[in-house]
Design a binder for this molecule. Structure first.
Ligand code: TYM
Length: 327
């Protein structure tokens, strides 16, 4: 079976952007591929973290993976820091990655503007992500559009290594979401939906109160044109149509056809119900799973064991090729 790999940072509560752009697509891949889904805690410390929150968020994310329908019998679910091979391979890859290329990463540029002192870890973030992916001979990486550049650098690094030594890494491809690869803020449709948005009405959390979700959708920014179209001049509406499309089986054109003779109000009401109905089973399961600490522990311990086995096979090859003596 070909390998699918993805990860999510446990850096707070996830939004429906994370869900639509990535997480939602993880489940359907489990039968056709060997899937590895990690909780990227090593990445989460590249911006200042509160230790107790990180612990909580990590367990929350495992519970959420399971509540969404990831099956630990089929897929490998694990915590990144439990598999030391990630940092070990990242070191080797760091010695083969240009400083200039890392400095040009758009996510690095925007994140480094927000901090007083830029740490080396933030710069090296994409190299660690490359290590994550390359350790498992991954073919496909399901992620949102904001990770596309990180996938490109991963491919570059893989090709450089293969060329300099010999075929070692599978060169992975991005597996973008069919719709909703970039969900925008409900309050400012020119910026990405993000949990770090100061305006809490800008994002919907996967786990939150239903009435909160409804309220945020009703408050979502649209426009004063009043026409129901799917176009770049009506970014707010376009984003809501994308959200509708991803929670239904309808295409954007079909949604436009359905609502074109009604106001935005009716559309928003029905969108709110669609989102709330779609998330309800996840929200219900999450509570029970999150409370079952021993089950969560079993899942991540078994996951780490399976992941380590695969990761170490690649790491051994890499160490040999660069000239390290076997122990
Ligand atoms: P992270 O934790 O920021 O986001 C997790 C996933 O959610 C997607 N995403 C979005 N998709 C659509 N619209 C949005 N507004 C939106 N916001 C976030 C992201 O594209 C991502 O797929 N570096 C990664 C984590 C990672 C990883 C990996 C991913 C670590 N190692 C290896 C893949 C493979 C990250 O920070 O994602």
């Amino acid at each position: 079976k070909k390998i699918v790999y993805s990860g999510i940072q446990p850096s707070g509560q996830l939004t429906i952007g994370n869900y639509i752009g990535a997480l939602r697509n993880f489940m359907g891949l489990q039968d056709d591929y060997l899937c590895l889904y990690c909780i990227a805690d090593l990445h989460a410390i590249t911006v200042a973290q509160v230790p107790k929150d990180l612990r909580k968020n990590t367990l929350d994310l495992i519970a959420l993976y399971l509540a969404c329908g990831l099956d630990p019998e089929k897929s490998i679910i694990y915590i990144q820091s439990h598999v030391p091979a990630h940092t070990e391979l990242a070191w080797v890859l760091n010695t083969m990655t240009g400083l200039g290329q890392l400095q040009r990463m758009t996510q690095f540029k925007s994140k480094s503007q927000k901090v007083k002192e830029v740490q080396a870890g933030l710069l090296n973030y994409p190299v660690l992500m490359a290590a994550d992916i390359l350790l498992y001979q991954t073919s496909y990486v399901p992620v949102g559009e904001d990770q596309r550049q990180h996938l490109e650098i991963t491919r570059d690094i893989a090709q450089r290594f293969n060329h300099r030594y010999s075929e070692t890494f599978t060169v992975p491809e991005i597996l973008p979401a069919k719709v909703g690869g970039r969900i925008m803020s409900l309050q400012d449709p020119t910026s990405k939906m993000s949990k770090s948005d100061a305006n809490k009405d800008g994002f919907i959390l996967i786990i939150e109160d239903e009435n909160q979700t409804r309220k945020k959708i009703k408050k979502a920014v649209t426009d004063s044109l009043g026409t129901f179209r799917y176009c770049d001049e009506q970014k707010g509406l376009k984003n809501l149509i994308d959200i509708y499309a991803s929670f239904s089986n309808l295409k954007a054109e079909e949604i436009v056809e359905k609502y074109k003779d009604q106001g935005y109000g009716v559309f928003k009401d029905e969108l709110a119900e669609l989102v709330v109905d779609s998330l309800r089973p996840i929200r219900q399961r999450f509570k029970d799973i999150r409370e079952d600490k021993s089950y969560l522990e079993k899942v991540y311990k078994e996951g780490a064991e399976k992941a380590s086995y695969l990761a170490n096979k690649t790491l051994r090859k890499v160490y040999k090729k660069v000239g390290f003596i076997e122990r």
